[in-house]
Design a protein around this ligand. Sequence first.
Ligand code: TYC
Length: 102
Amino acid sequence: GGDGRSGTAIITRTKPKTKRPSLYRVLLLNDDYTPMEFVVHVVEKFFNKSQEAAYQIMMHVHHNGVGECGIFTYEVAETKVTQVMDFARKYQHPLQCVMEKK
Ligand code: TYC
């Protein structure tokens, strides 16, 4: 790189740059009102977990206040959050789903 005239140089990349996408955790938050079975259903439906895995995640959230449902790229994480929040609102449960950068 460089223009051979101004005395400046431009460094050009030779190795192909593969940028890894940033990852985001999708979390469920505990509350006192959403039925346990509803949370299990949400985790099965939107995070493709078995009933057993979904139950364990739900109980983790119930006891710890927050728990991870999966790790995704930004767009996928955002879609999961929107889908869960829309589904919870449809059934008038206060369930909260959020994403955070890993
Ligand atoms: N704490 C709720 C109850 O006792 C159950 C619950 C679990 C709610 C996980 C939200 O993300 C949650 N019915």
